[in-house]
Design a protein around this ligand. Structure first.
Ligand SMILES: NC(=O)c1ccc[n+]([C@@H]2O[C@H](COP(=O)([O-])OP(=O)(O)OC[C@H]3O[C@@H](n4cnc5c(N)ncnc54)[C@H](OP(=O)(O)O)[C@@H]3O)[C@@H](O)[C@H]2O)c1
Length: 310
């Protein structure tokens, strides 16, 4: 079969088109494009079906696993696909690794090194017990997330745009430095011993619960890289769609009860609003996929992220 590859403006992208055999998949087409245009490796390509000019319809994206014929109903004489360059890509593991590595290294710098001298504090710095526990808690959290990235999560997308590395690192690294600066500050006033114990104790329980939620999510997918979605079940997932985000938010709350800084609470508010938006989208997607029609299961009634608020 002959495939014409055009840009979104309708210009021919691959001169003369591509000749593929009739059983070719979308992945074969992507490889063929890559052979002709070395810069555009498969994960950088987005291929869609053409839409009528002026149409408000969303173009249908081609799934790399499917056969090309499935998209063209046997009308394989004149196959046209639209090519879009997604820009340089990195693997999801690389993205997550770099965003978590920053806070893991930046936070201890404020604890161990005399950085406050550069901000004009000359006196001896007395380290409070809560500051030491906060350091352990913080490092455990980011170490756990790196381990989960490599050994637990089964991502559906292989790659993410390189620009997300800069955006996400800015978010995590800046907040890491901002919170570390205030929690380790020479003028920091510790909370009571009881409050510290309640905060860290509650936070640690939530971190363990968060790990368990990630294991339950992992078990929804087979190791062969099938990136489909299932109804999460078990533990807190029986009550709330994004139990992993709920436990993430509460573990940060525990950290803040124990350390009590404005910087820490600002982070909780920002992180909660980000995760709430994602949770609403994930909840909608699961309800759409599991609508109870044509033999599909119906998504059970559940809170989205923060019962009893949402
Ligand atoms: N502090 C913050 O600002 C902040 C923000 C976001 C996340 N986090 C933390 O980072 C963790 C990971 O974040 P995330 O957004 O990557 O989590 P996520 O998408 O909800 O889930 C983690 C993994 O489980 C998969 N998964 C989710 N729902 C599934 C379903 N119904 N069926 C099958 N697989 C499913 C995801 O697949 P896909 O690859 O298809 O998504 C992903 O690989 C969070 O749980 C949270 O602890 C922190």
């Amino acid at each position: 079969m002959k495939v014409s590859v055009v840009t979104r403006s309708g210009k021919e992208f691959i001169k003369g088109g591509l000749e593929l055999n009739d059983s070719a998949t979308v992945a074969d087409l992507q490889e063929a494009i890559h052979r002709r245009s070395k810069k555009y490796y498969p994960s950088r390509q987005r291929l869609t079906l053409p839409i009528q000019p002026g149409s408000k319809e969303k173009p249908i994206a081609l799934n790399y696993k499917k056969s090309l014929k499935e998209y063209f109903d046997g009308n394989s004489d004149n196959l046209i696909v639209v090519f879009k360059d997604l820009g340089p890509q990195v693997s999801y593991r690389t993205l997550f690794f770099f965003e978590y590595l920053g806070p893991l290294f930046i936070y201890p710098i404020f604890y161990y090194f005399p950085v406050y001298q550069f901000f004009g504090y000359k006196g001896e710095r007395v380290i409070h017990k809560v500051q030491t526990y906060a350091l352990y808690y913080w490092c455990f959290h980011y170490f756990k997330r790196i381990m989960e990235t490599f050994f637990i999560h089964r991502f559906s997308h292989a790659t993410s745009p390189l620009s997300n590395v800069f955006r996400n690192c800015t978010y995590y690294w800046t907040f890491g430095a901002y919170i570390a600066y205030y929690v380790n500050h020479p003028f920091y006033t510790p909370v009571s011993d009881l409050q510290m114990k309640i905060g860290f104790g509650f936070g640690l329980l939530c971190q363990v619960a968060n790990l368990y939620c990630h294991i339950l999510l992992r078990n929804l997918r087979s190791p062969d890289g099938n990136g489909g979605y299932q109804i999460p079940r078990g533990f807190l997932f029986n009550i709330v769609t994004c139990a992993n985000y709920t436990t993430e938010i509460y573990q940060w709350l525990g950290f803040n009860i124990a350390t009590q800084t404005v910087a820490g609470y600002v982070f909780v508010v920002v992180a909660t609003s980000i995760m709430t938006n994602w949770a609403l989208a994930k909840h909608r997607r699961l309800r759409r996929l599991f609508d109870g029609k044509e033999g599909r299961p119906k998504y059970p009634r559940r809170w989205v992220i923060l019962p009893p608020f949402l």
